[in-house]
Design a protein around this ligand. Sequence first.
Ligand code: NAP
Length: 249
Amino acid sequence: MSEEKIVRTAIVTGGSRGIGRAVCIALAKQGCNVVVNYCHGEAAAAETAALCKAEGANAVAVQADVASAADCKRLFDEAAAAFGRVDILVNNAGITRDNLILRMSEEDFDAVLNANLKGAFLCCKEAARRMVRQRYGRIVNLSSVVALRGNAGQANYAASKAGLLGLTKSLARELASRNVTVNAVAPGFIETDMTAALPEAVRTEMAKGIPLGRPGNPEDVANAVAFFAAEQSSYLTGQVLCADGGMAM
Ligand code: NAP
């Protein structure tokens, strides 16, 4: 008797643009159903979903602010309603509010920690409940090389991204016996809206510190995320993979 192959369902937070969009498309190419989460970019998320469908995948866009527990619950409920299960979670949603510590407001610190770290915690909690029950899951968290090296002007962001590594390794230990893997990808300097605002001189200086001699593109990071999400990566958990052109070694 041949077993029917289960089509895996992936939720990608912040899938409307940048790295998240590239991750959605990479997972669509792997044959996954894709839930494209977004916060404000409704039209952009619809475009990502259309790009996934062009790869032959099923895709829906779901609005949710990952910093809100109620929104995260609704995101997972809507994903389950659309596709029946959730097999892959990519915690990609992230923001920056850069400033030197003496000028960094408490509000900017909280906003970054809430979106980047608490958001991932809330989504991991929703995912873990379902993944433990089905004895299968893949969670991939988007950290950053600044989690490893720090970065002047990014105390809040670097703290959130370092926190994600602690979250990743702790959950990897908690969920391993249930066949749920938890890994992190740490991008370096990637060309997206997040880095577009940097002055040309800063960009040139940053590129000099990259052994491969160029900034990354969203697909460079998406390939690393898709690697952890792949069926074949079942023996990898608690790992951090730098997608950074050699920047942090
Ligand atoms: P981006 O272009 O600024 O896109 C950010 C995405 O996150 C958007 O889709 C945005 O959705 C979503 N988002 C933000 N706050 C959200 C919230 N509260 N709830 C749900 N979605 C939210 O960023 P990116 O450069 O692609 O970065 C993606 C991830 O990689 C982030 O975690 C970032 O920290 C990390 N990273 C990036 C770099 C880099 O060089 N670009 C380097 C290291 C790590 P809406 O537009 O719909 O609001």
